[in-house]
Structure formats: C-alpha cells, structure tokens
Design a protein. Structure first.
Length: 173
C-alpha cells in the first residue's frame, strides 16, 4: 500500500507541474493543481519520516497548504494575479514563526498540532522554492525571492518516492 501511495503522490506532483509548466493555465486553475501537489509533496515526506501521532500528522498536512490561505480572498476578487506574480508575505519564515512559538510553549495536543503544522509549512516552502516565482523567505528584512532549480525539487520527490518504496520492501523482509 505504501508503494502505491508513494507512486500516487509522485504522479500528482509531476502531473500537476507538467500541466502548470506546459499549459500555463489561468491563476485559479494553476492553484487548483498546485494545492494537491503541495499535499502530495507532504505525503512523500511523511512516508519517509518515523511514525508520528495523528495530531502531528494532521497538523503537518494542514501546514503543507497553510501558507496559501491568502489565495482564498484572491480567488474571490475581480482581478487575479498571474502565474508570474511574486508570492506574498505569507510565504516567509516570519509568517510561520508564531506556529513554532506556540509549539515550543505548549504541551499535549496543541504542541503536536502546531509542531506538525510548522514542519508542514516548511515543506510547503520547499515546493514553492522550485515552482513559480520562488519564496521571499526573509521578508520583511529582505524582499528577494529565493529559488532552486526545478530539477532539484523533481529529483527530491523522485528520491522520496523511491525511498518510501524501498522502505516497504525492507518491511516485508
């Protein structure tokens, strides 16, 4: 089952990215493809982590799409950004700092959820570093967007899928 989930996650990421890159759909369609790719990227990371609690895992998956909450009001506005519009401030390290602080200062369920959400948001940034306009990680101190070449990200998700499949084979032995 793990192998099938890893293959599905990999197909979701690479398929979405192929459509976004080759077809360059309108912003709203691109977003509808990008969000599942964020969750699929998180899924590949999750398959390679030691087993975590359901609370941590739930927070992690929510965190993997949390920085894109700013898309909701944008989707309802009359004017949409295009695919080349720089990402907003929700895509900086300072934006997820409150989650990390709550995780550090909490106990029990709150700590698990927020710790997972913090790591999930970082995984969100890992994907965004390679697609679109990059990520303004150091905003407001530095407004530059950081990027990595797409093949680096694609190679990482392929490696994560392969590692998850290999882990499945080792479990059977």
């Amino acid at each position: 089952m793990r192998r099938i989930v890893a293959a599905g996650c990999l197909a979701a990421v690479l398929g979405a990215d192929w459509v976004i890159h080759r077809r360059r759909p309108r912003w709203i369609v691109s977003g509808l493809l990008d969000e599942p790719a964020h969750v699929a990227t998180a899924g590949l990371v999750l398959l390679n982590l030691p087993l975590r609690s359901g609370r941590w895992t739930g927070g992690f998956l929510v965190g993997s799409v949390l920085p894109d909450l700013d898309h909701v009001p944008l989707a309802m506005s009359r004017v949409h950004p295009d695919i080349d519009t720089p990402r907003p401030a929700t895509h900086c390290l300072l934006a997820i700092a409150p989650l990390a602080l709550v995780a550090a200062g909490s106990r029990g369920a709150a700590r698990e959820y927020t710790a997972g959400a913090t790591v999930g948001a970082l995984v969100h940034f890992a994907r965004d570093l390679a697609v679109g306009t990059g990520v303004p990680l150091l905003q407001p101190l530095d407004g530059r967007s950081f990027r990595v070449p797409y093949p680096v990200y694609a190679g990482a998700v392929v490696a994560l899928a392969a590692a998850a499949a290999r882990f499945t084979s080792k479990m059977r032995q």
